[in-house]
Design a protein around this ligand. Structure first.
Ligand code: SF4
Ligand code: SF4
Length: 350
């Protein structure tokens, strides 16, 4: 069996839904990435614009000397939908679907390493690799597209015709020469612009161009400081990420439930807990509830900042006791957002 077929079989055995190979050459879209940085669209993510990181993103040999090949994998994480009585309850917090289960890094990285070691063993036992799950200095969507895993949509997400946009991506840089897997004929967005029109903040300023500073995924997860006051109402009850541009994408009709139990929520209620309950989490309770999930990285201060905004947007007096208690929180970021939320509720009652 040719090596490419053995890689496909091994990737499937490890639970990956998609796999492909591309040369480790600089990606053609690197100039667009530099332009994106020059516009300042990366916001507070200063690590993205560090000169050494930019150089490594442009040239994988700066990450791994002698690198020849990039193996990209995709894993379908679509966990389904919540029942309407939970999903549409404004008293509950809304989390991006990718955070409904366990931490995908813990799930994917060990499998990627096993795949890399398999490839090296099958290629004669000599070679080095680096494996990443969205944390490395690699333009992963560009390599995934080159390897045939899908096309990059106007939302900037990678879209696969069989799974839609609900994919975790990972990549292995290898010093082993592998046969590239040329992309099959793939569709494109065509005239569609649903994601641009539906984005709650106008963060997609043009097709294929995301201003992260306005994106709710960035504001609720990556941004460490205060959420800009003018954007707070746009959060609604979103307390971790935003799925709007994925949900409205017509390719989402092909979404199918993930095979991974670890990526499904333990219950619908756990995927969308009551906001007041979240606002009352102390440090120990936060750790116990979210250790081993993507939400843990946000830390309690980030989550409760978002929850306070969501409670202000809900505007129900039932939130007043929890928000009033948060005015005495040791964390200034939480206090400030709780005060804003109380002012919103007060404004709503006048
Ligand atoms: Fe807009 Fe939400 Fe998509 Fe960000 S994640 S671009 S806020 S729709
Ligand atoms: Fe492309 Fe439409 Fe999906 Fe946006 S919603 S990524 S324009 S197909």
């Amino acid at each position: 069996m040719p090596l490419t077929d053995r890689i496909r079989a091994q990737a499937a055995a490890l639970g990956f839904d998609l796999v492909g190979v591309s040369p480790a050459a600089p990606v053609p879209t690197f100039d667009r990435y530099r332009e994106w940085l020059a516009r300042g669209y990366h916001g507070d993510m200063a690590y993205l614009s560090r000169v050494d990181r930019v150089a490594r993103r442009g040239d994988p040999t700066r990450i791994l000397p002698g690198v020849c090949s990039v193996v990209s994998v995709g894993l379908n994480y679509y966990p389904g939908s919540l029942p309407p009585e939970v999903a549409d309850d404004p008293a509950r917090g809304r989390f991006s679907r990718y955070a409904w289960g366990g931490d995908y890094h813990d799930l994917i990285l060990p499998r990627l390493k096993r795949l890399a070691e398999f490839i090296i063993a099958e290629s004669g036992g000599e070679g080095e690799y680096r494996a990443y799950v969205d944390t490395g200095p690699v333009l992963e969507r560009a390599y995934a597209a080159q390897a045939g895993l899908g096309f990059i949509g106007k939302s900037t997400n990678l879209i696969n015709p069989r799974f839609g946009p609900w994919l975790f991506l990972g990549e292995i840089l290898l010093t082993v020469e592998l046969e590239p897997t040329p992309p099959p004929p793939l569709p494109s967005c065509g005239n569609c612009r649903r994601c641009l029109d539906a984005c709650p903040t106008g963060a997609l300023t043009a097709p294929y161009l995301l201003d992260a500073r306005r994106c709710l995924s960035y504001l609720t997860i990556e941004a460490r400081g205060a959420i800009p006051i003018e954007l707070r109402p746009r959060l609604g009850n979103r307390v971790y990420g935003c799925d709007v541009c994925l949900e409205v994408c017509p390719w989402s009709r092909f979404a199918r439930p993930t095979d991974e139990d670890a990526l499904r929520p333990s219950s619908p209620e756990e995927a969308a807990p009551p906001l007041v309950e979240l606002m009352r989490l102390d440090e120990a309770a936060f750790r116990q509830r979210y250790r081993g999930t993507p939400i843990y990285r946000l830390k309690r201060r980030g989550l409760l900042r978002n929850v306070a905004v969501a409670l202000g947007n809900w505007g129900d007096p039932a939130a007043i006791p929890a928000l009033t208690a948060a005015l005495h929180d040791p964390e200034p970021l939480i206090r400030e957002h709780a005060a804003w939320a109380l002012a919103q509720i007060g404004a709503g009652r006048r």
